[in-house]
Write a protein that binds this ligand. Structure first.
Ligand code: GDP
Length: 140
């Protein structure tokens, strides 16, 4: 059975461009409940650790630099079928290919600076949530 939680980050491009409020509103309107949230900044070490699965990809250095370049909003979201539904809500990695009305189509700048992160599996949602939040910071 699909899990009911996913993990997201509003990335530094979107926080810098003033889209935090609009993105949180979009997330709520799409039926997700925010059960944990923080406004923070990743060190380059932390960003490197978070994206370690992409270490061999040619854009890894750029990704780590971007994700540590400014503040992010990290959050855990709750909804039935959360991981899959949230991937639909954010749209394709490349905003040029993202379906109209999705968060990335509306707010992303480029394939790298693409406004939001969304976990790609229930397993990673749990790992990523634990990376950012203690149990006492989750209000489900
Ligand atoms: P996601 O699951 O849709 O976020 O996409 P991926 O797991 O494939 O990639 C992780 C993140 O790496 C993306 O969200 C982008 O921020 C970044 N990324 C992916 N492809 C590229 C690329 O070709 N160039 C750059 N600079 N960043 C990329």
């Amino acid at each position: 059975m699909a899990g009911n939680r996913t993990f997201t980050m509003i990335k530094p491009d979107a926080t810098k461009n003033g889209h935090i409020g609009a993105i949180l509103n979009h997330i709520n309107k799409a039926g997700f409940k925010i059960v944990a949230m923080k406004y923070t900044r990743l060190s380059s070490e932390k960003a490197g650790e978070f994206y370690a699965v992409h270490k061999e990809r040619p854009f890894y250095g750029e990704l780590v630099e971007f994700m540590s370049s400014g503040p992010i909003v990290a959050a855990i979201l709750e909804k039935d079928n959360a991981v899959e539904d949230f991937r639909k809500t954010i749209g394709a990695t490349n905003p040029a290919e993202a379906e109209a009305g999705t968060i990335r189509a509306l707010y992303a700048t480029s394939i790298g600076e693409n406004a939001v992160h969304g976990s790609d599996s229930d397993e990673n949602a749990k790992i990523e949530s634990d990376f950012h939040f203690a149990g006492t910071e989750i209000f489900g």
